[in-house]
Write a protein that binds this ligand. Structure first.
Ligand code: CMC
Length: 428
């Protein structure tokens, strides 16, 4: 028998269907609520609202489970390349060797930017934030890839997805080169995704940069771990923009802007700033933790807490181990790693964080890895954006392919002034 929830309002009862997901998650379907009762639901921040049904990523926040298309994140982080993971997310299954080669070729063919796009980099001030450049340039791609805007068939979509993945990486590295006043490095056609990015970031005309296998592996893992996270702030933004019918590039550009904030992707920069601040000013960790607990201060423990994870963030655990391995292989002793561990231990032993179920999230250890690789702090959120691009593309496609897709248009509870008379200026 189908389950229902009963709502009692004004002496009347209304039945609302309960729908169940493939992992047993249950949701009350309120889509007929307003029509039958005149009521809407109110859920500031959407903590209790499922905005869609999706086949892409599963999270069980209570048990610390994350799966892309059913595949556990631990397996992907240990065994898959970023591009294989992207194919899994975007096309729904792990590619066979032939599909993998064909997609790789597409990425290679689409990795260079249109020559005229290079002029845009000169238009930004030298100290422009790389996230501003990234979102603007992704948006500009639609002007240079016009045939891809109306992606009506699978071949067109595959090409657009490959172009966006490859060009996002090229734009990110080019924005860094422009910022430091070096010539933009062209993508190399013989390198895998992560190695190619590092080449474009760090090669100079007189010397090619060659990452160690450990560095390339760590970056690949970082990207895999960031590739999707269901209905987070930026992905919901992409879906919302897509629901209005906007093209892939416009939707993903909006996602980049949503990611920028310090409560979302910007947290990885904020974590490193926090650790550097504690180190530079020699602040006792316990004092910093006290500040983060003080509700009258604006300080939060960056890299801690998550809307969905209420036990642990599996990505943080993988990254913590990876940070240790990478630093060891590079013979780096980073005091910030020690501070991060002290912060983690102190917070996890503290009732404030325990009661609120606040644990390290994906951003807590990722900055240590990026710093060891040589990525400057103001590029951290751009790195997150490169990693999240497959997820954004997959979600855009899910919205695009949904024949019954409605435009995302939430309602509100108006709490402003009642009907107010317009007065001429002299009487106000
Ligand atoms: N430090 C101190 N207190 C915190 C923190 C923190 N990092 N996070 C949450 N709290 C407290 C908060 O003050 C509130 O306390 P009270 O119940 O006394 O009012 C309680 O915990 C619940 O917090 P919330 O803000 O209502 O929780 P949320 O689910 O709306 O926010 C969050 C989730 C990630 C925005 C928040 O935990 C936060 O701001 N964390 C720091 C920023 C961060 O690391 N963001 C990255 C998130 S993971 C990657 C991503 O999504 O991009």
């Amino acid at each position: 028998m189908d389950e229902t929830a009963i709502l009692h309002v004004d002496g009347q009862s209304f039945e609302l269907p309960i729908v169940t997901g493939t992992e047993g998650e249950r949701a009350v379907d309120i889509s007929s609520l307003r029509a039958s009762t005149g009521l809407i639901t109110l859920d500031d921040g959407y903590g209790n609202t499922g905005s869609c049904a999706s086949q892409i990523t599963f999270i069980d926040g209570e048990s610390g489970i994350l799966r892309y298309r059913g595949v556990p994140i631990e397996d992907l982080a240990a065994r898959s390349s970023f591009i294989e993971t992207a194919e899994l997310l975007i096309f729904g299954e792990l590619p066979d060797p032939e599909e993998r080669d064909v997609f790789r070729q597409l990425l290679t063919e689409n990795s260079a930017l249109h020559r005229d796009m290079r002029k845009h980099f000169d238009g930004f001030p030298a100290d422009a934030h790389p996230m501003a450049i990234l979102s603007a340039m992704i948006n500009a791609l639609q002007a240079y890839d016009l045939p891809e805007i109306h992606i009506t068939d699978n071949i067109g979509f595959r090409r657009a997805a490959a172009a966006l993945l490859a060009k996002t990486r090229t734009i990110a590295a080019a924005s860094y080169k422009s910022h430091i006043g070096q010539p933009i490095a062209y993508p190399r056609y013989d390198l895998p995704y992560a190695e190619n990015f590092l080449h474009m970031m760090f090669s100079v005309p007189y010397r090619d940069y060659e990452p160690t296998p450990e560095v390339a592996h760590a970056l690949n893992m970082f990207l895999v771990l960031h590739a999707d996270h269901e209905q987070n702030c930026s992905t919901s933004t992409v879906r919302m923009v897509a629901s209005g019918g906007a093209n892939l590039f416009a939707s993903v550009s909006a996602g980049v802007n949503a990611l920028w904030g310090p409560r979302h992707g910007g947290a990885n920069m904020a974590v490193l700033d926090m650790l550097e601040h504690i180190h530079r000013d020699d602040i006792p960790v316990s004092r910093y933790i006290d500040q983060a607990k003080d509700r009258s201060s604006s300080v939060r423990l960056m890299g801690f807490g998550h809307r969905v994870y209420r036990s642990f963030d599996p990505r943080a655990q993988i990254l913590k181990e990876a940070a240790h391995r990478l630093l060891e292989s590079m013979h780096i002793k980073d005091p910030l790693l020690d501070i991060a561990q002290q912060v983690e231990e102190s917070a996890l032993a503290d009732d404030y964080f325990r009661e609120r179920k606040l644990y390290p999230n994906v951003d807590f250890y990722s900055g240590i890895i990026l710093r060891a690789i040589g990525i400057p702090t103001d590029m951290f959120t751009v790195m997150f954006a490169i990693g999240r691009t497959p997820g954004w593309i997959a979600h855009w496609k899910e919205v695009h392919d949904n024949a019954g897709q409605k435009i995302h248009r939430p309602r509100q509870l108006y709490v402003g002034e009642p009907l107010t008379q317009w007065l001429p200026p002299a009487q106000r």
